[in-house]
Design a protein around this ligand. Structure first.
Ligand SMILES: [Zn+2]
Length: 453
């Protein structure tokens, strides 16, 4: 009986009149009996209800009364928290880059990516900053509510120099798209723009912004998986990098840069890049400069907690060597970043297969070796939300805040069985521990009332 009472969704008859038809369409959902992690505080908020109307949180207060048509979710004393945000995904990279671009049909890759997005949402990730790949079509279908998935802040095509990390062409026969030789699938299908020199990079940025990107992704150094570039290579000259940043800023947004070596990280920061991806070989001086300039370090712990053989794919010897070199620096950078109080994003960079993408939530466990539970929780919610706000007017979701449970924020909410402030590994087991998932006011998982939702 008690169970029945608790699990029942009550529909109350509304009193609004017909004049208010627009308001009437917005459903209200009232969360009762929850403890709130608001994305920031290290103390759970108790004794308050949360009222969602449409796609936003409109009220957080004790004993909220509403006479509208309202759906009630009784949280049974469990923890209500913001939806998770992954600051570094590649949703379209569901096969290794060269295979995704050159081997398979684009529709096959898109179909896998659609499933990757659904699984990501069902792990509790309601937002992704996609760090490169032709993700606009998938984003459109998700935003239209046709397929389930997270909100996406797309970078779209990478901007890379010839021979850089975004130059995927193994045959090395293609002509630069800038010079109208547009034969390369990587360019044609929106994976990458290879551009050299100030005029080319300016045009490349403009093309990427035209495609709807919310931020620009620059390849600023050699990489582990790149087709051509050793890890230590510095990509782009300072004037090219500055031109990219300038073009992004003219559109009111920012550039994020893939950068490993110290010189690459420093060049990017000095050019005005706001978010350093990976950054593993940055020196203490460069990390201090990042702190001074308020630049984000968007690094990953799961990838570098692994050994070569843990990836489940055969790594060519040169790739394995580069991976091991980066791994050596990883721990040092995490510790210094914490010591200097850098702004740290939570991201995974898991790509290459659905199976690898499925390991996303293990980042929580890997990160717990270096950071406290509250630090990790802030990174994956409010701090990542702050990072996304750098997109300014280019944000695809400008109407509410992300990563917080606050009045006016988007209704991206989870209910967790157990307290992640005490046990962060709960979030690494989302199938069991995340019992309720809402994105944009729509319920995608509800084990409280499985029959009706
Ligand atoms: Zn990446």
């Amino acid at each position: 009986m008690k169970k029945l009472f608790l699990f029942t969704v009550l529909l109350l008859i509304s009193f609004f009149n017909g004049n208010n038809a627009q308001e009437a369409q917005k459903q209200q959902i009232l969360f009762l009996n929850v403890k709130i992690f608001d994305g920031k505080s290290d103390k759970l908020i108790t004794g308050k209800d949360v009222l969602v109307e449409g796609n936003r949180i409109i009220k957080i207060a004790p004993k909220i009364k509403t006479n509208r048509l309202v759906k009630i979710v009784n949280g049974q004393g469990k923890v209500l928290m913001p939806g998770l945000i992954d600051a570094h995904t590649h949703l379209m990279v569901t096969k290794p880059f060269d295979e995704a671009i050159y081997t398979y049909e684009p529709t096959y890759i898109a179909s896998l990516a659609t499933e990757a997005a659904r699984r990501m949402l069902m792990r509790g990730f309601t937002t992704a900053r996609d760090a490169g790949g032709p993700v606009m079509g998938l984003k459109r279908a998700i935003d239209e509510g046709i397929v389930p998935g997270p909100r996406i802040f797309p970078s779209n095509a990478f901007i890379s120099q010839t021979g850089g990390h975004g130059d995927f062409d193994l045959s090395m026969t293609y002509l630069s798209p800038y010079f109208a030789g547009q034969l390369d699938k990587a360019y044609l299908f929106g994976w990458t723009i290879t551009a050299d020199g100030v005029p080319e990079v300016r045009k490349a940025v403009r093309e990427v912004l035209r495609s709807g990107a919310s931020q620009i992704k620059i390849m600023a150094s050699g990489s582990i998986t790149g087709a051509h570039d050793p890890l230590d290579v510095v990509e782009y000259a300072p004037e090219e990098m500055r031109a990219i940043v300038e073009e992004a800023e003219k559109w009111g947004t920012y550039a994020m840069a893939h950068a490993y070596s110290d010189e690459a990280v420093r060049t990017a920061i000095e050019a005005g890049v706001k978010s350093i991806e990976h950054g593993l070989m940055a020196s203490p001086e460069t990390l201090k400069l990042m702190k001074k300039k308020g630049v984000w370090l968007s690094t990953q712990c799961l990838n570098y907690s692994k050994n070569v053989e843990d990836f489940g794919v055969e790594m060519p010897a040169n790739v394995a060597a580069k991976f091991n070199e980066a791994k050596k620096s990883a721990e040092r950078v995490y510790k210094l970043a914490k010591k200097y109080g850098l702004k740290l994003a939570w991201g995974t960079d898991t790509f290459g297969s659905l199976e690898v993408q499925d390991t996303e939530s293990q980042e929580f466990t890997a990160r717990s070796k270096y950071f406290s539970n509250i630090e990790i929780l802030r990174q994956v919610t409010s701090l990542n939300g702050e990072l996304l706000s750098l997109s300014g007017k280019r944000s695809p979701y400008p109407d509410g805040r992300l990563g917080v449970v606050e009045e006016g924020a988007y209704a991206d909410l989870l209910i967790v069985d157990g307290n992640p402030l005490q046990d962060i590994t709960l979030l690494a087991k989302p199938e069991e521990s995340i019992q309720f998932i809402m994105k944009d006011g729509t319920i995608y998982k509800n084990t409280f009332n499985p029959k009706k939702d």
